[in-house]
Design a protein around this ligand. Sequence first.
Ligand code: GDD
Ligand code: MG
Length: 337
Amino acid sequence: MHAVVLVGGFGTRLRPLTYSIPKPLLPVAHTSMLERLMNSLAHGGVTHAVLALGFKPEPFMSAFPNDMCGSVQLSYAVEDSPLDTAGAIGFAARTAGITDTFVVANGDVLTDLDIASLISFHRSQGAEGTISLTPVDDPSQYGIVETDANGRVLRFLEKPQPGMTTSNFASAGTYVFEASALARMPGDKKLSIERVVFPQMVADKALFALSTDDYWIDAGRPDTYISANIHVSKRALQSTDRPIHPTATVGASATIVNSVIGQNAVVLDGARIERSVVLPGAHIGRGAVVTDSLVMGTVGANSQVTHSIIGSTGVVAENAECSNAQVPAQDPAQVPR
Ligand code: GDD
Ligand code: MG
């Protein structure tokens, strides 16, 4: 089975981390989101995945030097300019020569979904396309789906305003399509699957959806990225998922609460890290307090960092207070010298 994995977005909500690492390559409990997604696709029978790339293709190619991710063979489709979701699927599927039933996954989703059961539901309904659904608390952040008793989709509303629908079933960002659906996605121009193609498939009664209550999170926002790290590291199904990476240096009097400390990161004595992710290579000085934050750069001694994102080149000075900030605020590669 082939898959198209969408990884071409800008990761704007995770800036400035995504200035240096594309969102799907960011680690969740020490393993990249993309690797976790590939493992789950492999489990569902996927043997080949084409990465639909636009923004920053090089890091993906160098992350998988043999073009293999576990047992999944990878290939790449690089857009000249962003084609949006349906444009990207159409372009990538044609680049990879897909002519059979295939799976599509958003690259920032972390889930225990059993893809094989989504594929068998799709086949049992004779659907042209099938969407995996998950219940959500805040429908305004997702694509919201209304179905009939047989799972046929009656309405697809991307990021609805309050009052537009009573459904709280969100598209979980994993789909199964027949190759015939590619006729709706020419792949030569910008096209949104959520805003254009799904509503057209609904009108043609060709779209189905299946809801499951498996663990699911879109890790593309700071709060959900932190939650995903905490969830995976706490349940630690494998020893490599544990909160503190074995290569990290954590001072004996540092306190780590509901947080993940990445590869080669340093947290010095007296520091307190709470509901945060200290990414690979980050440095947290003595006595610093980091709460609800993501740190890839340096936090000086005795600083307070709250609800902030510190990118790889970001530095918070000693004794500083940093709240609701992004450091640096602009991509260092784009700032005129
Ligand atoms: N190749 C390519 N080209 N990929 C793209 C492009 C593009 O132009 N634009 C976005 N993507 C990729 C992103 O990298 C991501 O993996 C995926 O498409 C979805 O984009 P997001 O920016 O993460 O969308 P979202 O999280 O706001 O909403 C989407 O996901 C929700 C579930 O997590 C929608 O599909 C919603 O309907 C859905 O509920
Ligand atoms: Mg997303």
